[in-house]
Design a protein around this ligand. Structure first.
Ligand code: 5AD
Length: 439
């Protein structure tokens, strides 16, 4: 078997088109590549770079030069080493197994599936403290102290799918259906832009009347008049459609796997195929999107081992944004009488995901906020670094009820969470100037 170095290198491009060309050229020449977020020291926010193994570096360079593909720079992909996680004070309060895991984290080595299960299961208070503190440290090293604030517009709750947990599924007759017009959406976008928000998330059910062409028209207008980054969350599409959307201005895409347990996935998604969902996620990555995934904690039949596999999946797929939220029952759905997911387990999953996946966007989710006013603070203290504001106009908001008692996360609640967790607002927000907490 070929020896694989554990060193890797990052090829930086001048722009997204260049990055995609580098990636394609190398792949066509049978070089295994991976698309990953650029490290902070390159100074590029949200950029994606091409990673190759050390063994392939020289061949890659000659392929690029032979095919006259330009790149900006090549740098080593440094492992994150953390000093001082283990100290004598831990003593007998932690197990030998736990100390072995800490050693790996200190050395920047990957954790195994068993390690992840251990971290998700332990009930030793000292170990838990260390897990949260370590996640918080890694968050600080990898993405800094500023909490990214994004604005979401839930522009249609029509959906042709029947996902059993979701309150806006096609068969739920309780849901009052609405579809925002382009004008209504643009009015909200303009407001977000005025507040200095840099990313707008456009989310909807899988609504056939909001065709890809119609979404393309909308995102072209948004790009032209605000230049904002655009995140789409509109479900499963064909590769061609994802490609068109990307070419017309979409930057990020959220499509959660929800669970990597195939049986549970197929049970709760009567219209979806597990392999197809994974395929969509791969396409998004291939096309150069910052790709979002995530899971739901507390699905019927889900075990800790499933959650550990979810985290491995995020890491192996190179997912850039990972939304982790508790299951919350929604009236009118087949799961309406089940209990909600555990908050502590959800926050702990955020922490372990930060430890394993390192340089990723981890939102402190709206679903957490819906279960407890302080749950977003807990997630921010356990590795999360972004908050998504709900900016759907008031008259529609109550109808986008994917689960019950969905909390209204607005700027005030974001201020509360950011302040209470002792974090900062990013400098780009207008409101940062009023807060003495400027980045
Ligand atoms: N409980 C928790 N999360 C839910 N979502 C949808 N319905 C529920 C629910 N009942 C989440 C899914 C989806 C995201 C938009 O909302 O993870 O991807």
């Amino acid at each position: 078997m070929l020896y694989l170095s554990d060193k890797a290198f990052l090829i930086l491009a001048f722009n997204t088109a260049g990055m995609l060309l580098i990636n394609k050229t190398l792949q066509n020449n049978n070089i295994k590549t991976d698309l990953v977020p650029a490290p902070p020291e390159t100074g590029t926010v949200c950029a994606i770079v091409v990673r190759v193994n050390e063994n392939d570096l020289e061949t890659s360079k000659s392929i690029l030069s032979r095919e006259q593909v330009v790149y900006k720079d090549i740098i080593e992909d440094k492992k994150l080493k953390l000093q001082g996680l283990i100290d004598r004070k831990l003593g007998l309060a932690v197990s030998v197994e736990f100390l072995e895991i800490l050693k790996k984290i200190e050395a920047g080595d990957d954790l195994s599936y068993e390690d992840i299960v251990y971290l998700l299961k332990t009930d030793k208070p000292k170990e838990l403290d260390v897990i949260y503190a370590t996640a918080d440290r890694i968050r600080k090293e990898m993405v800094g102290d500023a909490v990214e604030i994004r604005g979401a517009i839930e522009f249609s709750n029509y959906c042709c799918k029947s996902c059993k947990y979701c309150g806006i599924n096609a068969t739920n007759e309780i849901a009052a259906r609405y579809r925002m017009t382009e004008e209504e959406i643009l009015e909200v976008v303009d407001n977000l832009h005025r507040e200095g928000i840099k990313t707008v998330i456009l989310q909807s059910g899988e609504d056939p009347l909001w065709s890809t062409e119609r979404i393309i028209k909308l995102i072209r207008i948004i790009k032209a008049r605000t230049g904002m980054r655009i995140t789409l969350s509109v479900g499963e599409l064909t590769k061609e459609e994802y490609k068109e959307l990307k070419a017309n201005g979409a930057d990020n895409f959220l499509l959660k796997i929800e669970t990597t347990n195939r049986k549970i996935f197929e049970d709760i998604h009567p219209d979806d195929d597990y392999d197809r969902r994974v395929q969509c996620s791969k396409w998004l990555k291939e096309l150069g999107y910052i790709n979002g995934s995530g899971n739901i904690i507390g699905l019927p039949g889900q075990e800790i081992s499933d959650i550990a596999r979810d985290i491995m999946f995020f890491k192996e797929m190179g997912i850039n944004m990972i939304g982790i939220g508790p299951f919350i029952p929604a009236k009118g759905t087949p799961l309406e009488n089940l209990p909600h997911g555990n908050i502590e387990l959800t926050v702990r999953t955020v922490a372990v995901t930060r430890i394993v996946c390192k340089k990723v966007y981890l939102p402190s989710t709206t679903a957490l906020a819906s279960l407890d006013k302080d749950a977003q603070v807990w997630a921010l203290n356990a590795g999360a670094n972004t908050i998504m504001l709900i900016n759907t106009p008031e008259k529609y908001r109550g109808s986008y009820r994917i689960y019950d008692n969905k909390n209204m996360v607005d700027m005030d609640s974001a201020i509360y969470a950011v302040k209470k967790s002792g974090r900062k607002f990013p400098a780009y927000l207008k409101i940062s100037k009023e807060m003495n907490n400027v980045d």
